[in-house]
Design a protein around this ligand. Structure first.
Ligand code: XMP
Ligand code: MG
Length: 188
């Protein structure tokens, strides 16, 4: 762990302010309201990173929806996707014949989302789409369709608003780029 917990020593620069994030949630919420009109979607939040985004997003959606959560992990505490996705905590809801919308903080390699989409389809969901806040395309390892996203990001490690580094910094109200030296320090 970085020795100095002063946030200015950890964040290189702010990428998205609270207002930027709010605008993304409003735009996505309006689109989802149109696309899910007359449906009763099951919103599946990917724990833990997506909880901040999910709670803001659903309040911008005028849809009769239900919410459940699933914790799948491919990263552990590392920074690279292992590709080895496992279910840490499963849904309580039966997805058979449901219109499912997966909500995730960020898509990187795409392996986590692909695993979740395949699993929910296999369980009989009528439709499975995803809505991610950030779309990092540089390391994509498949051609997964990301139906909805807030913004594209470059190949940088971002934290805040649910996104974590070694489980820290989720509670920052903005999204910032982690200083590369912090990552190097932690890898020692
Ligand atoms: P994949 O590679 O399967 O992984 O698409 C998605 C998960 O990877 C984590 N991830 C990040 N987490 N800042 C983070 O805090 C990042 O820049 C970042 N890139 C990937 C995240 O947990 C996501 O759910
Ligand atoms: Mg995650």
């Amino acid at each position: 762990m970085p020795k100095n917990d002063n946030i200015d020593n950890i964040i290189d620069h702010k990428l998205f302010s609270e207002d930027d994030i709010h605008q993304m949630c409003v735009r996505l919420g309006q689109q989802l309201t149109k696309d899910y009109a007359g449906k009763n979607p099951l919103i599946v939040g990917a724990l833990k990173g997506a909880i901040f985004f999910l709670t803001d997003l659903v309040r911008e959606m005028d849809v009769k929806e239900q919410i459940d959560f699933m914790d799948v992990s491919s990263y552990g505490d590392g920074l690279e996707s292992s590709g080895n996705v496992k279910i840490v905590s499963d849904l309580a809801t039966d997805v058979k014949d449901r219109d499912v919308l997966i909500v995730e903080d960020i898509v990187d390699t795409g392996l986590t989302l692909q695993f979740m989409k395949d699993l929910l389809k296999k369980r009989g969901a009528k439709s499975v789409k995803c809505c991610v806040l950030l779309n990092k395309e540089a390391n994509r390892k498949n051609d997964i369709e990301v139906e909805y996203y807030g913004s594209k990001v470059g190949n940088e490690f971002v934290v805040g608003y649910g996104l974590d580094f070694m489980s820290f910094y989720r509670n920052l109200s903005y999204i910032g780029v982690l200083k590369p030296e912090v990552i190097k320090l932690a890898q020692k």
